[in-house]
Ligand binder design. Sequence first.
Ligand code: COA
Length: 157
Amino acid sequence: MLAVRSLAAGDVPAVTRIVCDLPEYFTSDVPGKVERDISRHDGWVLTDSGDVAGFAVAARRSPGAAEILWMAVDPSRRGRGFGTVLLERVLRELAADGVSVVEVKTLDRSAGYQPYEATRAFWERKGFVYVDTIDPLPGWQPGNPAAIYIAALRPTR
Ligand SMILES: CC(C)(COP(=O)(O)OP(=O)(O)OC[C@H]1O[C@@H](n2cnc3c(N)ncnc32)[C@H](O)[C@@H]1OP(=O)(O)O)[C@@H](O)C(=O)NCCC(=O)NCCS
C-alpha cells in the first residue's frame, strides 16, 4: 500500500540509499546536499507497505513560489506511478499553502545524456513547462546545462 507523509530526520538513511542507488542520476556529493536540504526545507516520503520508496524536498522561494530541489523513486520501483503519487501530494500541499508556481531544474537535453530523457519526460508529462536553459548554472558542475521547468498550480493574473 502506498502512502505519503512528511519526511522525518529518521528517514535520512533510507533517502540516502535511494540516492546512492541512482548513480546515473546523482553524483557522490548529492547525499550530503540532500541531507542539508532536508534539515532546511519541507520534505515528503512515499512509503510502499511501510518501506521508504521515494522522497521529495521542496524549498519556498517566495510566498507564491516553490522549487522542488530533489525527488527520486527507488530504482526497482520506477515507472510504476509512484513518482506521480508523490508529486501530486507535494503539489497539493504546496497549493494549499499558497504556492502558485513550482520550479524544477534538471539536466538539459543539450547535454545529450540519455538517463535524463526519462526525467524530462516525467516533468513534462506532469505539466511542467520548459522555460529556459542556463549554462553554467551557479552551483552546478561545469558541463551540466540546467533546464528550467515551471508548473502553475493556479492562475497568477
Ligand atoms: C523521475 C522519477 C521521480 C519519476 O518517478 P516514476 O515513479 O518513475 O514516474 P511515474 O511512473 O509516476 O511516471 C509518470 C509519467 O512519467 C513518464 N515517464 C516516466 N518514466 C519514463 C521514461 N523512462 N520514459 C518516458 N516517460 C517516462 C511517463 O509518461 C508517465 O506518464 P503516465 O503518467 O502517463 O504513465 C523517477 O523515475 C526517478 O527517481 N528518476 C531518477 C532520479 C531523477 O531523475 N530525479 C529527478 C531529478 S530532477
